[in-house]
Design a binder for this molecule. Structure first.
Ligand code: COA
Length: 392
């Protein structure tokens, strides 16, 4: 069984004065220190990154960061758009399970704010289909189509969409590493400028810098990865049969639940890919936490919030807490670092070291990381190690 024995993340945000090398060093040194492992023991490095090639002209990131970190080991770059981090963890789990490597460092790093916003938007669209890119679509625009479809089919409202940003900004306000610490009201979100109708500025994940790293090995120590599954779908939305579900998430989740021997009702805490508010609603339904068309109202009722969120109904009927880190919306979205930051958050939740964001009694966690508009989905299920003698 592969476990996460070390986990660390840098602050996420507009980090003008910090280079990618510094971000990577801080995250990896933090994860190794957390694991109590000397870097000489590391057998291989996987680097998750999406944008360094198109934005900064450097794509040979395995040896680039191995050299920077003083790790003279096999090193690889793994790219899967915004799901790069989750994919890298998946690949590392398989590399350890196969016996190829014993101790691996998986780093996700992204530096987005040093570049012009239009260049970032174009580079992000490298994850879209040819027809989407050539027609000038952007990810806010594509997710706006998903939001409209959900609103038309299930009556999902603008207020319900906005309530997801309110929840995730509240969670982020408790996370010192998050990009945003300001809380929001539904009115703030709805009044913010429209980016792609119906999606407003405050419903978008931001442009961010940041890095996160985990140390993986076969061990009884740490938090166990009990399932790691990947599925794919068409790159473009036009080729999909339905715009109100992400089939790759459904497929990866169903394999993951089977592998882990658990179901949606067993999950205590989840980090899901809320790149836009509609994405969290789709995730909640596609992961089986709610029936289709039922998630938005439940989230607006506070069923997936940490307590004391300011929502008067928040403590009633809580099912599971979703995106306690603040999610992509509140914590920030340095794209390839996100999937690994989700793991770091779940490790803290399952160890019981998440501080003000702690989900009481969390034992089973789920991470869902999405690339593009759902062309790649990665689902991990993590379990607390019950044997306290071996828990970090
Ligand atoms: N949430 C909250 N606040 C945000 C924000 C966001 N997503 N994006 C920007 N802001 C804030 C900034 O901090 C800034 O505040 P300040 O004036 O107090 O400093 C203000 O809004 C304007 O910021 P600016 O950088 O000029 O925004 P922008 O208009 O260039 O970009 C978006 C806004 C929404 C277009 C941009 O964040 C974006 O493209 N997000 C989506 C990223 C994406 O597609 N990722 C991949 C997902 S699949």
């Amino acid at each position: 069984m592969v476990s996460i024995i070390g986990a660390s993340t840098t602050k996420f945000g507009e980090l003008w004065g910090t280079s990618p090398r510094q971000l990577a060093r801080e995250a990896v040194e933090g994860a190794l220190a957390d694991a109590g492992i000397d870097q000489k023991k590391v057998d291989a490095l996987f680097v998750a990154n999406m944008l360094a090639g198109p934005l900064a002209g450097q794509q040979h990131l395995g040896p680039f960061f191995a050299e920077e970190l003083g790790l003279h080991v096999p090193a690889f770059t793994i790219e899967g758009a915004c799901a790069s981090g989750g994919l890298a963890v998946h690949a590392a789990v398989n590399a350890i399970t196969s016996g190829q490597y014993e101790i691996m460092v998986v780093l996700g790093v992204e530096k987005m704010t040093d570049h012009k916003p239009e260049d970032v938007a174009t580079a992000l669209m490298g994850a879209g289909s040819d027809e989407e890119r050539l027609s000038g679509a952007t990810f806010p625009g594509l997710y706006a189509l998903l939001a409209r479809s959900h609103m038309e089919k299930f009556g999902t409202t603008q207020e319900e969409l906005a309530s997801i940003a309110v929840k995730n900004h509240f969670h982020a306000s408790l996370n010192t590493n998050a990009q945003f610490h300001n809380t929001l009201t539904v009115e703030d979100v709805m009044k913010s400028s429209k980016v792609a109708d119906p999606i407003t500025l405050l419903e978008c994940s931001p442009i961010s810098d940041g890095a996160a790293a985990v140390v993986l090995t076969k061990s009884r120590k740490g938090v166990r990865i009990v399932a790691s599954e990947v599925a794919t779908d068409t790159l473009g939305l036009a080729q999909r049969k339905s715009l109100t579900q992400l089939l790759a998430t459904q497929e990866a989740a169903s394999h993951a639940y089977k592998k882990a021997g658990v179901g949606p009702n067993d999950i205590d805490v989840a980090e899901v890919h809320d790149c836009f508010t509609i994405a969290e609603i789709l995730a909640m339904e596609d992961l089986g936490f709610y029936k289709k068309g039922k998630a938005a109202r439940a989230i607006a009722r506070g069923e997936t919030s940490l307590p004391d969120s300011g929502n008067p109904r928040d403590s009633r009927n809580r099912r599971l807490v979703v995106n306690p880190s603040g999610g992509l919306k509140g914590c920030g979205h340095p794209v390839a670092a996100t999937g690994i930051k989700q793991m770091v958050e779940l490790v803290h939740q399952l160890r019981g070291t998440a501080g003000k964001r702690q989900v009481a009694g969390a034992r089973v966690g789920l991470a869902q990381n999405v690339g593009g508009s759902g062309a790649t989905a990665v689902v991990h299920i993590l379990k607390k190690n019950y044997d306290l003698r071996f828990t970090n």
